[in-house]
Write a protein that binds this ligand. Sequence first.
Ligand code: 4F9
Length: 244
Amino acid sequence: MRIDVITIFPDMVTDAVKYSVVKRAQDNELLKIVVHNLRDFTHDQHHSVDDYCYGGGAGMLMKPEPLFEAVESIEHNADDIKIILMSPQGQLLTQDMAKRLSLSSHLILICGRYKGVDERVCQNLITHEISIGDYILSGGELPALVLIEAISRLIPGVLGNYESAQDDSFSDGLLDCPHYTRPAEFRGMRVPEVLLSGDPKKIKNWQRQQAILRTFYKRPELLESAPLWEEDIEFLKKLKEGDA
Ligand code: 4F9
């Protein structure tokens, strides 16, 4: 997979992709990340990438010419590319979306700054608009890095078998159950006895119920789309009746 990033802060992106799983993906040649400085595609003396808004109002807008030229400078196959603008107006990033994007062969991520980008960029250059949440940031660089990390982990071969197997059991639409490590007792706080029991069936059962319990209290809306077993539904019913 190849990801091109267009930004006015290239160092911010180049530095951040030198760590952890994203670094490993690149080292193993499963992912190639190329960062482009938007100012390299300006032609005026001041290398301006932004300008005032027609119709007035506060704030600057990103100019269309450098963005079009930056995208056009990237060699790509037209039918197999997604040109993505990181924007608070985009579709909300989810694990499912990351999974779908991880199957792509080429992404171009555009990091907006200022008040946004000229509408002609949205209408005629980009193919997707993605948000990482309902809050305002100063620019799309951190959102682009979040997207890169979420996608990198899903590229086949990037995670070891152990890591991805671990992931599978938690990407079942529920929050994870609580985990404990040694010591079995710390300052009077004990690890739940069932985990010390050595009974794998009992432990699995407890972990599943804890995952449902947590999801029920912390993120109840997730239960509506999580695939549940009959025992889960039974347990949930008891929970709702205040019986568990
Ligand atoms: C982009 C916020 C994606 C959330 C870009 C200001 C942004 C953002 N997700 N905010 N520029």
